[in-house]
Ligand binder design. Structure first.
Ligand SMILES: Cc1cc2nc3c(=O)[nH]c(=O)nc-3n(C[C@H](O)[C@H](O)[C@H](O)COP(=O)(O)OP(=O)(O)OC[C@H]3O[C@@H](n4cnc5c(N)ncnc54)[C@H](O)[C@@H]3O)c2cc1C
Length: 295
């Protein structure tokens, strides 16, 4: 895509930007344009000026997305510059580009309990809300008061938590909406207790997950009453591979790139696992990770 097509705004453009470099799986092709607006007004200016036929994709840390090998056409928007946290008396307003773990650390520094159970989830606030990221006992939606969004047409819109219909790993944010900030409930809790909780989480994750591997975490959602990793083990998929795309031997619901995997290797592996689990258990697994782009 030609550079002159793009609006004159304050944020930065990168053309033919290699998404593989920023993806947790370390796979995927290039996007035509990678745009990082400076703030919400800049994003609105951009959206109101671009032609309607430009495809828009929003990406956070790419820790839950399999980007396909031929990349993403149109424009990828990333909100890394949206990084403010504003503490009020009993709530906090957080920009969508803030790292979840950094937000939790700031809350702990202020003796505030909010999303500490989600420490170690490597997403942004925007990505975590879009995915309703969580663990079995807590989802980000549990602490939410409201979400501030900008529509692809530039219109600003705020949703109360109760109007969002968030479900397991689905924030139910409309496909034409960009989360720009969120307001969370907080409550007072001693820093030392919060820090202990976080330390316990780190210890558990180190023992149960392939630390340092190129992975997007859980590949499949847990079917009701079941655990995806158990079903995958039952179906004898542990250590299965297609090229350098492997089922982790530490956590069977984690797929890992051992070096040179492509997104098509991952897609093949995902399909093999689904077939084997279906044959062995009669259950059809549903992906938690999002697949985006052109094969
Ligand atoms: C080691 C590891 C452990 C993990 N553990 C967990 C876990 O315990 N629980 C869990 O739920 N997840 C877990 N994940 C998955 C992942 O980290 C979460 O889903 C995270 O919230 C994704 O955030 P992100 O910023 O990386 O979003 P991305 O992966 O970039 O995007 C995810 C989705 O959100 C959309 N999106 C991103 N930003 C916005 C925005 N501002 N507005 C609108 N839509 C947006 C994208 O379009 C995409 O559909 C883990 C991942 C890894 C690698």
């Amino acid at each position: 895509m030609k550079q002159h097509k793009w609006p004159n705004v304050k944020g930065t453009y990168k053309f033919d930007f290699n998404l593989r470099d920023i993806s947790f799986f370390k796979v995927g092709g290039k996007c035509d344009v990678y745009f990082q607006p400076t703030d919400a007004l800049d994003l609105q200016n951009f959206l109101t000026q671009i032609p309607n036929d430009i495809d828009i994709t929003v990406l956070g840390n790419v820790s839950n997305v399999l980007i396909l090998d031929n990349g993403i056409r149109g424009c990828v928007i990333n909100l890394a510059n949206f990084n403010k946290i504003m503490f009020e008396k009993d709530f906090v307003v957080v920009d969508a580009g803030v790292q979840l773990s950094s937000f939790i650390k700031h809350c702990i520094d202020h003796n505030l309990s909010c999303c500490e159970k989600l420490f170690c989830i490597p997403g942004t606030i925007g990505g975590a809300i879009s995915m309703n990221a969580g663990i079995p006992s807590f989802e980000i939606g549990d602490a939410l008061i409201s979400v501030d969004c900008i529509k692809f047409n530039g219109e600003r819109i705020t949703f109360k938590r109760k109007d969002l219909n968030m479900t397991y790993r689905d924030g139910n944010i409309g496909k034409d909406l960009i989360v720009v900030s969120a307001t969370f409930n907080v409550s007072t809790k001693e820093k030392i207790k919060l820090q202990q909780e976080v330390n316990d989480i780190i210890k558990k994750r180190r023992a149960s997950q392939p630390i340092g591997a190129y992975t997007c975490g859980s590949t499949f959602k847990n079917p009701p009453g079941e655990k995806a990793w158990e079903l995958i083990q039952l179906a004898e998929c542990k250590n299965l591979n297609v090229g350098d795309a492997f089922v982790s031997d530490i956590h069977s619901n984690f797929l890992i790139n051992k070096g040179n995997a492509t997104s098509s290797d991952f897609l093949k592996l995902i399909n093999i696992i689904k077939q084997k689990v279906l044959q062995h258990t009669g259950i059809l697994l549903e992906e938690e990770i999002k697949t985006i782009g052109e094969p």
